[in-house]
Write a protein that binds this ligand. Structure first.
Ligand code: C2O
Ligand code: CU
Ligand code: CU
Length: 505
């Protein structure tokens, strides 16, 4: 069942103007699905990807981007894209210290890429806009997993088309394991008490197709949620505690997750891994691309509805409604069995996080995100914006200088938040992060260390993770170089055909 009530009223009010702009742009329609979601469908759990060890001991996964059809709602077929299937992709899983290789094939009719969001890896394997894979082409990036246990994800990154490719369904989770995390008494049985929860908003047309041409400034804001591609999902819970790996896999929408009965949960991990200790929270706000792992405690036969409350986007602004700042969604129902397997209490100590020292920063840089630009420049594939020296620490002061939501993401590294508006970070920003929401006008200081990989010719990206903003140019490039080395030249792609002209010229 779709929450069409409010939309219908707005449609009548908007009348003849409807064809020249989205409803929300004209009316700021508020979405509220509370009580309208029936939780009739068992939550799909993305399968764990099969892998094989190659002759050099590398763990090899196979991913194929393809188009297909999905039936999210009974009797309604939707054209979608997915990896190894018609929507989303399998969960990749590997341990710290392992070498991995992903054999990727693009069976779509157009070029795309696959980027490993949050992964520390060589720029050549990063899957950003310089690693375009043509239709019918393939690519086999390889790298060593070398970062703490955490929940990462993968998605396409073709410059200008990322929003569309992700929105159509190309995304999946990548779980990193390590020995420290494995020793903790945390729920860890995948699909049983350790659950991927990929939350995405969609807008469906009457014929079941995905609406893609929404003109809102943030990109498409859907009125219908899918979790792991399941519409109206419920999850059967068989143990006292369940770990949810929340991923905001939406292109533009920010969620403020909590439970409908206000119960607390333990926040145990953020983008880049475990917190030092769990934080008891009743809400966790995630902007596009951010992840959080929470542990929820259930009673026998208990029900709990994961809900998204109106997120805090633009304090004091009157455009918040247009950006989804007044929207409420029922997300997922947890249904506990009559008898629950006992689960140990959440450990009070989770991980050691060595604090990066601002006194050791080799460089402090400022970035302002404003009007589809970073520091006044639109993304240019052939311009290196920032040159970083390998094995140095830097402080990046980032500010949203514009009256709309932005979310800052840096490839290759996990950063620590030094302060937000001069104040120490709240628990949800106290661990490793690769993506952070930027409230307008609030300076955020990040500290990060660039290790292992130097390559003057292969840039990594930093950008707004509202994917329409990224596509429109709110993105820039950095290279990591050896001490004293200069930036090289990114591979020239230029206009379509440019490479060929040069090759044969
Ligand atoms: Cu999740 Cu540059 O991307
Ligand atoms: Cu990324
Ligand atoms: Cu933005």
């Amino acid at each position: 069942m779709r929450p069409v009530g409010a939309g219908l009223v707005a449609a009548l009010a908007a009348g003849a103007l409807m064809s020249c702009g989205s409803l929300d742009e004209l009316t700021g329609t508020k979405v509220d699905t509370v009580g309208q979601v029936r939780f009739e469908n068992r939550l799909a759990i993305p399968p764990l990807a099969d892998s094989e060890l190659d002759s050099e001991g590398r763990r090899v996964f196979t991913l194929t981007a393809e188009s297909g059809e999905s039936e999210f709602r009974p009797g309604e077929s939707t054209e979608t894209w997915g990896f190894n299937g018609s929507y989303l992709g399998p969960t990749l899983r590997a341990s710290r210290g392992e070498e991995v290789r992903v054999d990727f094939r693009n069976d779509l009719d157009e070029a795309t890429t696959v980027h490993w969001h949050g992964m520390h890896l060589p720029a050549e394997s990063d899957g950003g806009p310089h690693q375009m894979i043509e239709a019918g082409g393939s690519w086999s990036p390889t790298w060593e997993i070398d970062q703490p246990a955490t929940t990462l994800w993968y998605h396409p990154h073709p410059h200008g088309d990322t929003e569309e490719h992700v929105y159509r369904g190309l995304a999946g989770m990548f779980i990193v394991d390590d020995d420290e995390e494995a020793e903790l008494e945390l729920p860890r049985e995948y699909g049983v008490d350790d659950i991927p929860v990929i939350v995405q908003d969609k807008r469906f047309a009457d014929d079941g197709s995905l609406v893609e041409d929404d003109r809102e400034r943030l990109g498409i804001l859907g009125d219908t949620l899918l979790v792991n591609g399941t519409y109206g999902p419920y999850l059967d819970v068989s143990s006292e505690r369940v770990r949810l790996r929340l991923l905001n896999g939406s292109t533009a929408r920010t969620y403020d997750f909590g439970f409908s009965d206000g119960r607390d949960f333990a926040l145990i991990a953020t983008d880049g891994g475990l917190l030092e200790r769990p934080a008891e929270l009743d809400r966790i706000q995630l902007s596009p691309g951010e992840r959080a792992e929470i542990v929820v405690t259930m009673e026998p036969r208990g029900r709990a509805v994961l809900r998204s409350y109106p997120p805090d986007l633009e304090p004091g602004s009157d455009t918040s409604r247009k950006d989804g700042g007044e929207d409420t969604f029922d997300v997922l129902q947890l249904r506990a069995a009559a008898e629950l397997d006992p689960s140990p209490a959440v450990p009070t100590e989770l991980a050691e996080i060595s604090e990066l020292d601002p006194g050791e920063a080799a460089e402090t840089r400022e970035f302002e995100l404003r009007s589809h630009r970073i520091n006044g420049e639109e993304m240019d594939m052939e311009r290196i914006d920032t040159v970083v020296t390998k094995d140095t620490t830097e402080i990046w002061e980032v500010e949203n200088g514009h009256g709309q939501p932005h979310t800052f993401h840096v490839h290759d590294v996990q950063f620590q938040v030094l302060d937000v508006d001069g104040e120490p970070p709240p628990p949800e920003l106290s661990g490793w992060k690769d993506t952070i929401q930027l409230p307008p006008g609030v300076p955020v200081r990040l500290i990060m260390r660039f290790e292992d990989y130097a390559d003057p010719d292969s840039p990594y990206m930093y950008h707004c993770h509202l994917l329409r903003h990224e596509d429109e140019g709110m993105m820039a490039q950095f290279v990591v170089v050896e001490p004293g080395e200069e930036a090289g030249e990114p591979p020239a792609h230029g206009e379509p055909g440019h490479d060929h002209a040069e090759d044969h010229g």
